[in-house]
Design a protein around this ligand. Structure first.
Ligand code: SF4
Length: 229
């Protein structure tokens, strides 16, 4: 398969690991705060064949721990990505998979085959507001199922939500807490306006530090660990 981006080194995207990172092309959502619009709408001109990534890994054995597969939405690539992940695992590298949860069957396959060592799933909003938040129709059952599949696995994981005040009230965030109750790790991600899909969105604001701290305490009642990043 082909990727739309490749970073050779990251210390912050795979918890506790030194990794490289690939970006898949395409996403069924249109979150207005998206940082990778050219991947989402598939206008990116970069195309990197998986053979380039695998060769890079072959040359980095013992130097990096693993690879982060992010997007776009990686799970859209089905068997092609599964096959790439098998190649990576055959080389004894760790894999972190980022997903928005649209394809629970992909996540199930990854877990069954032990193809991921860490899964990070975006929770965009409470289930009741999903389509509104991502500006596309969403199969809520798929999102719910992905949450259940991930929580039922033995693989380290996190759920995370990009917090934008104009899109998520404190009540909305608490509803997310109820929907992922019992989860191991949850992160509140501060929206940082840089390059985004909808420029109008820059005008919207986020919560201040004190409000974030209160939200963190609130979410701590639902999950084992709630962090802010
Ligand atoms: S799910 Fe992720 S990649 Fe897709 S539009 Fe939203 S932020 Fe962008």
């Amino acid at each position: 398969m082909e990727f739309g981006g490749f970073e050779k080194f990251t210390l912050i995207d795979f918890p506790g690991k030194i990794a490289c990172m690939v970006y898949t092309i395409g996403c069924p959502f249109r979150c207005p705060y998206c940082h990778n619009p050219e991947l989402v709408d598939e206008t990116c001109t970069t195309r990197i064949d998986e053979s380039v990534i695998l060769k890079f890994l072959d040359e980095r054995k013992g130097m990096i721990d693993g690879i982060v597969i992010t997007g776009g939405e990686p799970t859209m690539h089905g068997p092609k990505l599964i096959s790439f992940m098998r190649e990576v695992k055959q080389r004894n590298f760790l894999i972190k998979l980022d997903t928005n949860g649209v394809h629970p069957e992909f996540i199930q396959e990854v877990i069954k085959e032990n193809l991921a060592d860490y899964i990070a799933m975006d929770i965009k909003s409470p289930l009741s507001k999903y389509s509104q938040t991502v500006a596309r129709p969403v199969d809520i059952h798929a999102i719910k199922s992905s949450i259940e599949v991930i929580m039922g696995s033995d693989i380290p994981y996190e759920f995370r939500t990009t917090i934008v005040r104009s899109m998520l009230s404190v009540e909305d965030i608490e509803e997310i807490g109820r929907e992922i109750k019992g989860a191991a790790n949850y992160y509140l991600q501060k929206f940082v306006p840089t390059k985004i899909l909808n420029p109008q969105f820059l005008k919207k604001v986020t919560y201040n530090d004190e409000e974030f701290a209160r939200i963190q305490t609130m979410m701590g009642h639902y999950v084992s660990f709630c962090g802010i990043r």
